[in-house]
Ligand binder design. Structure first.
Ligand SMILES: CC(=O)N[C@H]1[C@@H](OP(=O)(O)OP(=O)(O)OC[C@H]2O[C@@H](n3ccc(=O)[nH]c3=O)[C@H](O)[C@@H]2O)O[C@H](CO)[C@@H](O)[C@@H]1O
Ligand SMILES: C=C(OP(=O)(O)O)C(=O)O
Length: 418
């Protein structure tokens, strides 16, 4: 397994970076494409491993897929013949849970192995199951499989006990083919949910309220062709914003939706960084002595949990102590021990981490404990003195398109080594 070698010493990142399509929208839109037997074209897909694996899963189910370019996929699910995606592929990513809603919507049945994804502590799917059962499906979890069967789905009211991105989208995928009206209450409001709803609407689905906490779906008998462009990845963008700030750099991010990045922009400004926003671009200019700030992660529009570890690295450079409270996932501090190996001074108490600022980091061997942790170690490596070697980088490649090339073009020195 290759590793990443990062030469540190705080070279300020300078230049422009183009942000790719959003992983967490794309990984739902590809399964959603099997809801129709008509042709679907999806543009602006990120070149990341999660997407490659999902396309392999569709191929294994009998769907015809073809890459029109490196970021545009054609899907023809008229040949879909199986409702049993293979364990070896499904276990590699979290988003394979969307195959449940999509297969049940199309076939009335799905046998999907329990999904993989980042280890962030317990990641139950009880709300997905509750929603599908409320729509009239029989759901059994046995032998590591989620088995779902429904003669027909019937629209209903579903109140989510926790705000869940995955459950909101999965219920939406099944409900677009149910008889009658479904109302999802306490729905998640992430921009990726709006993107999936827009995609489904372009196929002929009837969805109102995506992006609010009440989503109303009126089922239709059939869905048709679609041509869709995936929204920019706000988490990739936020990662580069933080990297620019941490290195005291000056970076222009292109192809972003600035509104989606408001929580990050606000925190960087609070730390005294300069953030200039135009239509679809953001420039971040670092400052000599950033201020400590407190961060609490929350569902959108709160500060995203997927940027918590990257922000933690930045806060090691602030003057004063900062507090991060992780409200979304109870086990999302696994990066802390690795950052301590690099000299960070961080104390974790339950869901809270206290970060001492003005900390000189030093390069060290570290293990990417999950996708965003891996990205945070790259940022730490850029500002550390000496070399950092990151292992288990397969996690990083699950979600960041050409991250080494993009950072090297900004003046970083990162290379893959054996
Ligand atoms: C593929 C994808 O889009 N992944 C994202 C998605 O993950 P994912 O969809 O897994 O995250 P959820 O929004 O579902 O999880 C939020 C919280 O709800 C809990 N929960 C969730 C479902 C459920 O049935 N029961 C339950 O208790 C989870 O344990 C967690 O504490 O949203 C997370 C929160 O923004 C992001 O970090 C992930 O990057
Ligand atoms: C947690 C993440 O991904 P996943 O849900 O796919 O594991 C993430 O994108 O940070």
């Amino acid at each position: 397994m290759p590793k990443l070698l990062i030469k540190g010493n705080r070279q300020p990142l300078q230049g422009e970076v183009k942000v790719s399509g959003a992983k967490n929208a794309a990984v739902a839109i590809i399964p959603a494409a099997i809801l129709t037997a008509a042709p679907v074209r999806i543009e602006n897909l990120p070149e990341i491993n999660d997407i490659k694996i999902l396309v392999d899963i569709l191929d294994a189910l009998g769907v015809k897929t073809q890459w029109e370019s490196s970021s545009t996929l054609l899907v023809d699910a008229s040949t879909l013949k199986s409702w049993q995606p293979p364990y070896d592929l499904v276990k590699k990513l979290r988003a394979s849970y969307y195959l449940i809603g999509a297969l049940v919507g199309r076939f009335g049945k799905a046998d999907v192995p329990i999904p993989g994804g980042c280890d962030l502590g317990p990641r139950p799917i009880d709300q997905h199951i509750k929603g599908l059962a409320a729509l009239g499906a029989q759901v059994d979890v046995e032998h590591g499989l989620i088995r779902v069967e429904a003669n027909h789905l019937t629209g209903t009211n579903v109140y989510l006990d926790v705000v869940s991105v995955g459950a909101t989208i999965n219920i939406m995928l099944a409900a677009v083919r149910a008889r009658g009206k479904t109302i999802i209450e306490n729905a998640a409001k992430e921009p990726e949910i709006v993107d999936v709803a827009n995609f489904l609407t372009s196929m002929g689905a009837k969805i109102r309220g995506a992006g609010t906490d009440v989503i109303k779906i009126t089922g239709v008998d059939e869905l048709g062709p679609a041509d869709h462009c995936v929204i920019p990845d706000r988490i990739e963008a936020g990662t580069y914003m933080i990297a620019a700030a941490a290195t005291g750099g000056n970076v222009l991010l292109r192809d972003v939706i600035p509104k989606h990045l408001d929580p990050i922009t606000a925190k960087l400004r609070e730390m005294h960084m300069t953030v200039d926003v135009t239509d679809d671009q953001i420039r971040v200019v670092g400052c000599a002595s950033p201020q400590a700030v407190d961060i609490k992660t929350f569902p959108y529009p709160g500060f995203p949990t997927d940027l918590q570890s990257q922000a933690m690295v930045l806060l090691t450079q602030a003057s004063g102590s900062s507090v991060i409270t992780e409200n979304v996932f109870e086990g999302r501090f696994k990066h802390v021990d690795e950052l301590k190996r690099m000299g960070a001074r961080i104390k974790v108490e339950g869901r809270t981490a206290i970060i001492d600022g003005c900390c000189g980091l030093s390069g060290a061997p570290v293990r990417a404990t999950d996708l965003r942790a891996g990205a945070s170690f790259i940022i730490a490596g850029l500002i550390a003195e000496g070399d950092t070697v990151i292992s288990e980088i397969n996690h990083i490649y699950r979600g960041y398109e050409k991250i080494c090339d993009k950072l090297n073009a900004l003046g970083a020195s990162i290379q893959e080594i054996e």
